[in-house]
Structure formats: C-alpha cells, structure tokens
Design a protein around this ligand. Structure first.
Ligand code: OAD
Length: 255
C-alpha cells in the first residue's frame, strides 16, 4: 500500500515537473510514433509479435518488396487503409492539438512518424509527416501524387492519368525522407526548449535521431511511453503509461 502511494506520488511529481517545463517553454517540438494512435485502435509496428501474415513489417515496407510482389504490399496497405475508416482520434491526439493552441505559430511543431492523419483530424495544425500518408498514392510512372482519401483502391491500383502502377505515398525502409519536411523538423528540433517524445520505440532513423539532436541543442526531453525505449536514456522526465491518459493529464497540470 505504501509503495503504491509512493509510486503515485512519484508519478504526480513527474507530471508536475513536465508541466513546469512546458509552461516555461517558448518553443516546443513533439515527435510521435505509433503508440499515440494505439488507443484509437491502430496497431503499432513492434507490438506483440510485429508480424503481418507471417511477414516482418520491414519485409513488406520496402521498395524491393513492392518490385517483387506489389499485390502483397498493396494488400498490407489496403488493410491499413480499411482500418483507418473505423478509427477516431483519441484524447492523446486532442490534448496535443490543444497544447499547440497555447503557443504562437511556429513555436509549436508536431513531427510524426504516423501515416494515419489522426493528428490533423484532432485539430493539430503544424504537422510534419516524416513517413508519408496512407491516404495518398504516387504513380511509379508519371510520379503524380494524389490524395485518394480512404476509398477502395482495388488490389493493384493504376494511375487514372497514365495507367502506371500506383504505390502508397509512404516512406519505406531504404528510402529517403521528404527533404523539405525533414529539414523543417530538424530546424524546429534545434530551436525548441522542450522536446516531447510520445509513443515511439525510437529505433527507426533518421526520425529517432531528432531526440539526440534536441538534447544536444539544449532542449529538455520529456518521454511518454508505456515502456522503456531507446529514447528513455535521453529523457529528462519519463512519464510511463498510456498517452491517451497522460497527455490530457499533462495538459491539465500545465493549467
Ligand atoms: P513502434 O511500434 O516501433 O513503437 C510503438 C511504441 O509505442 C512502443 O515504444 C510502445 O511501448 C509505445 N506504446 C504503445 N501503446 C502506447 C500507448 N497507449 N501510449 C504510449 N505509448 C504506447 O512504432 P514507431 O516507433 O512509430 O515506419 O515505429 C517507427 C516506424 O517504424 C514507423 O513510422 C514505421 C515503422 O516501420 C515506416 O513505415 C517507414
């Protein structure tokens, strides 16, 4: 019983410390990963077994996989697109959107590895999507990028303009991040006083490199995650638990 009270007290202290850092910050940058959408019902990548139909996720999310078996890769992404039709932003997404309101314009930037649009749907404005977006397609032939929403695309969709093969507009393993988006994320990271890392295992680079970059530029790092991660070592404050509960709690503590 005493231990439980102490644990709760310690957790409350950490929230209070994180809230103080955010209250005094002039500029904030946030990096989110799949964990922030977990409570919406979007599966994470490195969850219980990290497998999809017996494939490792990083086997289907590569240009080589698409060249060898585009149908298989589209099946994977069509399932993820179908899942998005059923999900809604959760209180964690909404708390981040509300946090943004407390900062002027460019003083708050949300960098996400997620491709599910849930931050925007929750009202976040300055969102930098490092890994693309599930609603967009890109033509392999004419390179046209189009937002197709969450419509059924069929098992092997082709370009309405040139009939070339379409691919999801997602950044796959072995591919470069969109340059302008990445440069903006790196700049905002270097300028922030507080860097908030939410729901990412912090193992995929270059995104995870932003955490060390923030630290090197003198920012305080706050981590919110269910578990210890590769980011934890760099965190000044670690809040352990579900982001759907911790983020609204943090917002409330900021006052
Ligand atoms: P991961 O699946 O690697 O990690 C999800 C993290 O979220 C883990 O650290 C979990 O502990 C944590 N988590 C799960 N549920 C949570 C919750 N309710 N509240 C807080 N934390 C929670 O996902 P990412 O780090 O996003 O890239 O993966 C990075 C990239 O790897 C993805 O963008 C994707 C993938 O391959 C591409 O598709 C290019």
């Amino acid at each position: 019983m005493t231990a439980m009270i102490n644990d709760t007290g310690e957790a409350n202290n950490r929230i209070a410390t994180a809230a103080t850092l955010l209250r005094h910050a002039r500029r904030v940058a946030v990096l989110t990963g799949a964990g922030v959408s977990a409570e919406s019902g979007v599966p994470t990548f490195r969850g219980s077994d990290g497998l999809w139909e017996g494939h490792r996720i990083d086997e289907v999310a590569t240009p080589m996989a698409f060249r060898d078996d585009p149908r298989l890769v589209w099946r994977f992404y069509n399932l993820r697109r179908a899942n998005l039709r059923t999900v809604q932003p959760n209180p964690g997404h909404f708390a981040l959107a509300e946090l943004e309101q407390r900062f002027a314009g460019e003083h708050f930037t949300l960098v996400t590895q997620n491709v599910d649009s849930l931050h925007r749907r929750a009202g976040s404005q300055r969102v930098l999507e490092l890994h693309g977006n599930l609603s967009r397609t890109r033509c392999m032939q004419c390179h046209a990028i189009e937002d197709r929403g969450l419509d059924e695309l069929g098992e092997l969709p082709h370009c309405p303009h040139c009939n070339g093969l379409l691919r999801p507009d997602i950044v796959w393993f072995h591919e470069a991040l969109p340059a302008a988006t990445w440069e903006e994320a790196a700049l905002m990271t270097s300028l922030c006083d507080v860097f908030l890392v939410v729901g990412t295992s912090a193992v995929v680079y270059p995104a995870a490199g932003l955490i060390v970059a923030a630290k090197r530029s003198g920012a305080k790092v706050i981590e919110i995650n269910l578990a210890e991660t590769d980011a934890s070592y760099h965190a000044d404050v670690r809040l352990t638990g579900p982001s759907g509960a911790l983020l609204p709690g943090l917002l409330k503590a900021i006052g």
